[in-house]
Every structure is written in structure tokens, then in C-alpha cells.
Design a protein around this ligand. Structure first.
Ligand code: RUQ
Ligand code: CUA
Length: 764
């Protein structure tokens, strides 16, 4: 038996509200008891107080972390370190319907390489769009190291919109990095290979293998990368690595590290020393400096060569035009990070204990005076290391990456081998503090630490190994993100967060207030193309259309039913389902899963998604909503019936388990009338207050109004059947009328609670 009146809920809700002002004061002795029982120190308590975010609380910063081999992006908050979302990017992800609906399949299909579907990505470096060198929170880019690709995620809905395949690279690493106004997104090769898709023996490594930097043109208005306006600069077969764009005085230039400038080609199976030996022999490698603004002009002037249909500025041209230079850098470096003011960039050599601070003004003067120390084997001018340096500082063993503080001249460097973070002053060249982390830090991330105005306060250490930090979960351990307080002179470790999803190489943080994601789509929206879906459907307009041999089902989803509820086709039919979630309420997502056909959709309010498949086997296939969206969520169901070929559809009447009489009808009407009375009182409560000052309440009221309109139409149907003494249909429609009332009342109560909790005022 279902509850036929919701009046008790209202009473319970009101009681809870009455108690809201009542608090139990936690006595100091109770706190001591908890500390003793859990073995907590004063220091732990302080750390907890700095990170603990009370129920319903929000974070100050939002982090976008690479999800490594999972091909995804992880979103979490600082200081709470609570994971908010995984963004599906290069890998199918059923919860978001990514790779299961036609619209997102089309995005993943953009990532095919030479016709081959790639089902994962090795994401490394996320980057948020910038305006004047500061993150603006509009779009996020992330690269795929294994299959050189770049993805665009729109931060209005946190969805992947585009994947582009690098036309010349076979491996990459130095991306994504954005220019100060996000005109370009940079991607640099890792392991050199021929640009052409062809076999070349390793004996021709020096001549035919190449590295490159690709500058992807970003069309901000469209929110998409434009391959036709993108270009690359050819580089020697050094293993290029991380990169960064210049800013301020160094704007217009980009910097790319390298390792294995020895150009070793391995061959351990032939008894030769392995790559690791051959690639670490020399004391220095090269940072590549490219004048990308001039490079773009040269490409526009037709000086590039088309390779695989893509503009490549060849090394000879780049050298002749004076836009490509090398500077030595101590041993097998990893990160290159331009300072917030753009005057310096810092390089840390993995196999060196130093971090080197390069002075851009000195470098520029050397270039202008054509004061070169030599040339590499490809003819690229090399600048003198000493003359280019501002200073070198001994920071620890295995320095990797650098992040900047809001305080002037302060930088943090990750120290892999020593498992430490070193805080130092790059202007004066002195170490200030060190902190142990757990263990083997890779990247580190400060708040907006890549921008012209870092926000300080927190630093996250992205550790490669967790070892003993968490409850054991088998040989594959989670990764460990450690939150560090950098607001004082001494760094303080606050929190360990396990990350159970691929190696999170790098992460970027942004002030939460800069993000403005929407809560619902315009009705009938294709979120992947950001256009109205041609398949959008309104309630009452659901239909089935057969076109070009495909059975198109135009359906809707709303609490708590799927329209249509019965779909019947003949075996072998291609079925294309199109569902629009016609809800407007925040968080009222409906899912759609169907037995056997590998279809699993996520349909957020307003969205239209499609799923096309062949009903290739006769049978009965239940489908249902996968999100517990409402009290009658389990009843949000239907059947796909697939008839064997040649069999006619049954015309037998459906048999129901229950027969209704006029008495049943009258009883239901009585309940409905009483319920309407309660709804009216809740509505009265809301409209008597300044509810229009609360955007979430306005949305709830809109949604409740929708439900009440549906209730009115069900009421009308019920009354029509009653007029014909069809008590069966009259009672069922009266029940549907009641269901809409319940949803309206539920929404109304949510609105009332919100108003009470947010101090709404009586206006009349
Ligand atoms: S990674 S630990 Cu940026 Cu790919 Cu350095
Ligand atoms: Cu919709 Cu459950």
C-alpha cells in the first residue's frame, strides 16, 4: 500500500524546521574525549579545522586534476579535498552516458586515429583558459600523451565538447599550456618519430625522426579548437618535454624543455645499454625558445609546409627567420615554469640538485646582439648558459616542477628523490623551508600558481607513491594528493587525499567564484554540439517516426514516467531513441538503461540525448530510469518488445490486475482535494515571502508550476472519463493527478525549507 496522503510529510518537515535553531553545545571535555579516543594531537586538530568543511559548506578553490591513464579529469575542492566529479574525456564513462549516447559517441569518434577507435587516453596536463594571463574559468584543455590528442571541456556544463588529433606527432607530453589570452594551446612532442605515417628504420633517426611544438588555435567564441588555423614548428629529435608560454615581457615566446638530446635509440635486447643510460650521459640538455607570435605570422605568410594537411614551419625556416633558439639546461630537466611577472623562467634538472633561474631580459639581449655560443647539429643557435642565467639554487635531489606563491619571488619546487617540497626565493636565490611529503612528489600545484596573479594559501603535492598512507587495497595503491598550508613562513601538511583513478600528473586550481556553471540546459539541448537538438520533444508531442528504415522514438522523461512506456518493433529494426528531460528542477537527472542493448543514458534537466541501436534479437527488454529521482522512481519503467521477423503485433487487450469502481474514484478525488488544500497553504507561505530574491526558489516554483499544470491536465482526463462512467480510467487518471500533486508539494516543501534556512522575509 502506498501512502495516499503526504500531509504527514509536511508535519514532519515543519517539526524539523522548528528544531533548526536548537543546538547541542559540544563541551570541551567531549572534545578531549574524542581526541583521546582517536589519538589526535593539537596539531591534527588545527589541520582539521583548516580543512573541515561543515555539511553544506563550499570550497574556496576548485581543482581540475588529470586522471592519468583513466583518460578522465578529476574535480575536487580545496580545502575540503572532497571529490566532486570525474569528467569523462578520452574514455567512455557510463554514469555520464559518455560513449553510450549518439551525441557523446560523436565526440569520442573525433579522437579516432587513422580510423582506429582509441578507448583511453593518458591525460597529463590540464589548463584553464586565461584572459590577460589570469585564469577565467571558461574552458579547460587536457592532453593525451599516449595518442597525441587535445580535448576541450566547457566549464559551463563540465562536458567534453571536442577532441582533436595531432596530425604529425606519435607521442606528446608538453601540453596543454595556454597563451595569456588563450589564442593558442600548446602541445609538444615527447618521443620523436617521423611526421609521416610510415615505417622508417632507426638507422635514420637523426635525419627522419622529429619533435615539434603544435600551437592549436582556440576559437573562444565557438569554444572549439580550429585545426585549420593551427600550426606546428619542427624541432630536432630531442625528447621534448614540458612547456610554458611567456607572459608580460616574455609574451610572444614559448619555452619547451627536452631530455635525451644525446639522441640515443636504445636496443637493450641487442646487448646495448638501455635508454636510461644513453639518454642521461650529457651534463646538459636544451630548453627550446620559440617566438610563436612571429611563427604565426610566418605561417600566415605562407612560409609553412603542409604535412598530413597541417601547416608545419620547418626548422630551416625557423632558424633563418630567427625565431628558434636553444639554451643549455642542467641534466634531464622536467618542468619549465615562467614566473608570474614573466621576467624569468625556472627549470629543474631531474638528475641535478639545482633549479636554474633564467633571465628573459638577458636572453633577449643575447638574441638581439646575435651573441651565440654555438649551433646544434641542426643549425639552431645555442645561447650561453651562464650568460642567460639569473641564478642557480641547490634545492634538493631530483627537482621536477615549480609553482608560484602570491608572495613576491616565492616559488615551491617538487623534489622527487628526496620526497620533499622546497620553498625558496628565486630573486635572491635562497632556500627558505623544506617539508617532507609521502612519497615521491611529481607535480605540485599552488592556487592559480601558473598565472600572473597566484592566490597563495594552499599548495597540493601530487605524489607518485602512497605506499603506507592509506588502508591497504591490494597491490595497486591509490595516489596521494597532500594539501599543504603555505600561508605562513613554515609549510604545514594538512591532509592526505587518496586518488583512486589513474596517475594524476598535474592539476590546476581556480577560485571557485570564477566558475559559473549552469544548473540546467535550455529545453531540448544537445549539450555536445551546444545547439538545439533536432530530436527535442515536448510533453504531449511524443511520437514514433519511421524514416529511411530507422524507427525514431521521440520521447520525454519526467518524474516519474518515461514516454513512451511501450516500444514495439520487429527484429532487425534500427531503433533511434531520443529522450528529452523536460524537468526544470535543479538536480532532477533521469537515467535510461535498457536490458541487453548496451544503452545507458544520463539525461540532465533540459537535455536531449539519443541512442541508436539495432534490435537484433527477438525478446522482451525492460527499460528504466537509473537515477533515484522521485518516490515512484522504481515505477519509471517500460518495455521494448522485439517481435520475431514476420510476426504481427498482438492486438489482444492488455489485462490489468485491478478493477476500479466509482467508490475507488470518489475516495481518490477526496484525497486529491485534501492534498490541494495543503499545496495551497505551502504556496501561500512561499508567495507571502520575498522568494523572488532567491534564484533556486524561483526555479523550484517554476518547476512546481509545471507539475501543477500536468496535474490539471490529468484532472481533466479523469473528469472526462468519470463523465462517461469509465471508472477504470477515471480512477487511474485521478491517481496520476495525485502523483503530480505530490511532486508539486515535494518541490514546494523544498522551496519552503530553503526560504526558512536563508532568512526570507514576509512581504505581505
Ligand atoms: S608529468 S612528474 Cu608533467 Cu606528465 Cu611531471
Ligand atoms: Cu527518473 Cu528515476
Amino acid at each position: 500500500m502506498k501512502t495516499k496522503s503526504f500531509a504527514p510529510w509536511l508535519t514532519a518537515g515543519a517539526m524539523a524546521l522548528g528544531l533548526a535553531g536548537f543546538t547541542t553545545a559540544a563541551s570541551a571535555s567531549a572534545l578531549d574525549d574524542v581526541m583521546k579516543a582517536r589519538g589526535l594531537t593539537q596539531k591534527d586538530l588545527l589541520a582539521a579545522a583548516k580543512t573541515y568543511t561543515p555539511t553544506g559548506g563550499r570550497d574556496e578553490f576548485i581543482v581540475f586534476s588529470s586522471g592519468g591513464q583513466s583518460g578522465q579529469v578529476i574535480v575536487y575542492g580545496i580545502p575540503s579535498m572532497r571529490i566532486l566529479k570525474y569528467l569523462a574525456v578520452f574514455t567512455p564513462e557510463p554514469w555520464q552516458g559518455y560513449g553510450f549516447d549518439d551525441e557523446s559517441k560523436a565526440v569520442l569518434a573525433q579522437g579516432k586515429i587513422r580510423g582506429k577507435t582509441i578507448n583511453y587516453g593518458d591525460t597529463h596536463h590540464p589548463a584553464i583558459t586565461e584572459t590577460n594571463g589570469d585564469t577565467d574559468g571558461e574552458y579547460l584543455f587536457i592532453n593525451d600523451k599516449a595518442n597525441p590528442r587535445m580535448a576541450v571541456i566547457d566549464l559551463k556544463d563540465f562536458e567534453t565538447k571536442q577532441i582533436v588529433v595531432n596530425p604529425i606527432m606519435k607521442s606528446e607530453h608538453g601540453g596543454s599550456f595556454v597563451s595569456p589570452n588563450s589564442e593558442y594551446v600548446m602541445e609538444a612532442t615527447q618521443y620523436p618519430a617521423p611526421f609521416a605515417n610510415e615505417y622508417v628504420p632507426l638507422s635514420q633517426f637523426n635525419e627522419k625522426f622529429r619533435g615539434a611544438v603544435t600551437y592549436w588555435k582556440f576559437n573562444r567564441k565557438e569554444g572549439r579548437l580550429d585545426p585549420s588555423k593551427s600550426f606546428s614548428v619542427e624541432l630536432p629529435p630531442y625528447s621534448q618535454d614540458l612547456s610554458d608560454f611567456g607572459k608580460g615581457p616574455s609574451d610572444g615566446w614559448s619555452f619547451t624543455n627536452s631530455f635525451c638530446t644525446e639522441r640515443y635509440v636504445g636496443g637493450i635486447e641487442k646487448g646495448r645499454p638501455p635508454f636510461e643510460a644513453g639518454c642521461s650521459q650529457k651534463d646538459t640538455d636544451f630548453v627550446h625558445m620559440i617566438n610563436w607570435k612571429k611563427a604565426a605570422e610566418l605561417v600566415a605568410a605562407g612560409k609553412a609546409k603542409k604535412i598530413n594537411g597541417h601547416d608545419v614551419l620547418m626548422m630551416d625556416t625557423a632558424i633563418k627567420e630567427g625565431i628558434l633558439f636553444l639554451i643549455p639546461e642542467p641534466k634531464s630537466p622536467h618542468g619549465v615554469d615562467v614566473t608570474p611577472d614573466g621576467k624569468y623562467f625556472i627549470v629543474a634538472g631531474k638528475l641535478d640538485t639545482h633549479a636554474s633561474v633564467y633571465d628573459f631580459a638577458k636572453i633577449k639581449a643575447l638574441i638581439d646582439a646575435k651573441d651565440f655560443a654555438g649551433k646544434d647539429p641542426y643549425g639552431i643557435p645555442i645561447l650561453d648558459l651562464k650568460k642567460s642565467l639569473h641564478t642557480q639554487v641547490q634545492v634538493g635531489l631530483g627537482p621536477l616542477h615549480n609553482q608560484y606563491d602570491s608572495k613576491e619571488c616565492i616559488v615551491y619546487t617538487s623534489i622527487y628523490v628526496d620526497s620533499q617540497v622546497t620553498k625558496w626565493n628565486y630573486c635572491e636565490g635562497k632556500v627558505l623551508d623544506k617539508i617532507n611529503i609521502h612519497y615521491n612528489i611529481g607535480h605540485l600545484m599552488s592556487m592559480e600558481g601558473d598565472t600572473m596573479h597566484p592566490k597563495g594559501h594552499y599548495l597540493v603535492s601530487l605524489n607518485k607513491l602512497a605506499i603506507d598512507r592509506f588502508n591497504p587495497v591490494g597491490p595497486l595503491h591509490p595516489q596521494n594528493h597532500q594539501l599543504i598550508d603555505i600561508s605562513g613562513d613554515k609549510m604545514q601538511l594538512l591532509y592526505d587525499m587518496p586518488i583512486p583513478l589513474g596517475e594524476p600528473h598535474y592539476a590546476v586550481a581556480i577560485q571557485a567564484s570564477k566558475l559559473k556553471p549552469k544548473v540546467r540546459y535550455k529545453l531540448g539541448w544537445d549539450s555536445r554540439t551546444d545547439k538545439k537538438s533536432p530530436y527535442r520533444t515536448r510533453p504531449g508531442r511524443e511520437k514514433v517516426v519511421v524514416k529511411d528504415g530507422v524507427t525514431h522514438v521521440y520521447g520525454t522523461l519526467i518524474r516519474s514516467h518515461i514516454t513512451p512506456e511501450i516500444i514495439e518493433v520487429e527484429e532487425g529494426t534500427t531503433v533511434s531513441l531520443h529522450f528529452t528531460n523536460v524537468e526544470r528542477a535543479e538536480d532532477e537527472t533521469h537515467g535510461f538503461a535498457i536490458n541487453y542493448h548496451d544503452v545507458n543514458l544520463s539525461v540532465e534537466p533540459g537535455k536531449t540525448v539519443s541512442a541508436t541501436f539495432v534490435a537484433d534479437k527477438a525478446g522482451v527488454y525492460p527499460y528504466y530510469c537509473t537515477e533515484f529521482c522521485s518516490a515512484l522512481h522504481l515505477e519509471m519503467q517500460g518495455y521494448l518488445l522485439v517481435r520475431p521477423k514476420g510476426v504481427k503485433a498482438s492486438t489482444d487487450a492488455v489485462s490489468e490486475g485491478q478493477k476500479y469502481t466509482k467508490a475507488d474514484y470518489d475516495k481518490q478525488i477526496g484525497t486529491n482535494v485534501a492534498t490541494q488544500g495543503v499545496i495551497d497553504s505551502v504556496v501561500g507561505y512561499i508567495v507571502a515571502r520575498n522568494y523572488k530574491d532567491f534564484a533556486p526558489v524561483v526555479a523550484l516554483v517554476e518547476d512546481a508550476t509545471d507539475q501543477l499544470n500536468f496535474a490539471a491536465s490529468a484532472k481533466k482526463k479523469s473528469e472526462d472519463f468519470a463523465g462517461k462512467s469509465d471508472w477504470q480510467n477515471a480512477t487511474l487518471w485521478a491517481q496520476q493527478w495525485f502523483q503530480y500533486q505530490v511532486k508539486a508539494a515535494d518541490i514546494g516543501l523544498r522551496a519552503k525549507t530553503y526560504l526558512d534556512e536563508h532568512g526570507a522575509k514576509v512581504v505581505k
